[in-house]
Design a protein around this ligand. Structure first.
Ligand SMILES: [Fe+2]
Ligand SMILES: [Fe+2]
Length: 282
């Protein structure tokens, strides 16, 4: 089976762990995968949101934080969407729809994976804005970044279910930034990788094939084999935020137009992540 294919067989115990991961609601998926900023109508977005009470409450909350200092009270979702802007609202919707799965405590490895995933998600957006080419809609890029390591949550859950405490402690150590060694260890320990499981999950949630393929291949090294533009973007975003890579390694992977802007781009990505974490940690 080639790496591009995502139809791997998932061991039974791991399938049980998959059931513990809360799917993204079809409503949220429809909104983020089909929306490009150009045709995003704030009125339409607010109207759709008004049918989702939990999300509406979160958006109102985020607006109060963002609009600190405004004399007027934020009372309606439409008002909130106008203040925050469509882009920000979509980010919050996706990040909050996954946050329940990732865990809310600073001290868990799940939280660290969520934070890493946010960095990659904002790196996807930042690069899409920087690159002078259309690869994918911003919202789809963001969601793919946020979802890319969700397979790791399943593997952690599986070890917890099986009460394999020693392996759980070991896996937790390298789960966030283990690189290739961690992937080899996954193959030995679980017979599948977090990329296989992420792709399997994305497929079972009816995400577009382009996203499934990108998640399945996000650790691909050979630039000539990238199966689609979204995979290429995901590998670039991952490379940009990876603290374990040397400047030379980054240079060999990143597109030419990004190489000289790395520091600037990373600083703005970090600011975006800090803002959204501040919102969730309130
Ligand atoms: Fe990752
Ligand atoms: Fe990964």
């Amino acid at each position: 089976m080639t790496q591009e294919q995502s139809n791997v067989s998932i061991p039974i115990g791991i399938q049980t762990a998959i059931k513990n991961i809360k799917p993204i609601s079809p409503y949220v998926l429809e909104m983020v995968t089909n929306t490009s900023l150009e045709d995003l109508s704030l009125l339409d977005l607010a109207r759709k949101l008004s049918f989702e009470p939990v999300l509406s409450a979160r958006i109102l909350d985020a607006t109060k934080a963002a609009a600190y200092g405004l004399s007027k009270e934020v009372e309606s979702v439409f008002q909130a969407v106008s203040i925050l802007g469509g882009r920000r609202v979509l980010d919050i919707i996706v990040a909050s729809s996954l946050q329940d799965s990732f865990g809310k405590s600073f001290l868990t490895v799940e939280y660290d994976i969520w934070e890493h995933s946010l960095l990659v998600a904002y790196a996807m957006q930042g690069m899409l804005r920087e690159l002078d080419m259309f690869i994918t809609p911003l919202a789809r890029g963001f969601t793919t970044g946020l979802m890319h390591d969700i397979g790791k949550l399943v593997l952690l859950q599986y070890l917890k279910n099986e009460k394999r405490d020693a392996e759980l402690a070991e896996f937790s150590k390298y789960a966030v930034s283990g690189g290739d060694k961690a992937i080899d260890a996954e193959r030995i320990l679980f017979r599948v990788t977090h990329m296989d499981i992420g792709a399997y999950l994305a497929k079972s949630w009816s995400m577009p094939e382009e996203m499934v393929t990108a998640i399945a291949n996000h650790h691909m090294k050979d630039k000539r084999r990238f199966p689609n533009g979204l995979t290429r973007l995901l590998v670039w975003a991952h490379t940009l935020v990876d603290k374990n890579l040397t400047p030379d390694q980054k240079r060999s992977m990143l597109p030419f137009s990004i190489i000289d802007k790395q520091e600037e781009l990373l600083a703005s990505i970090q600011r975006e992540v800090d803002n959204i974490i501040f919102f969730f940690e309130k």
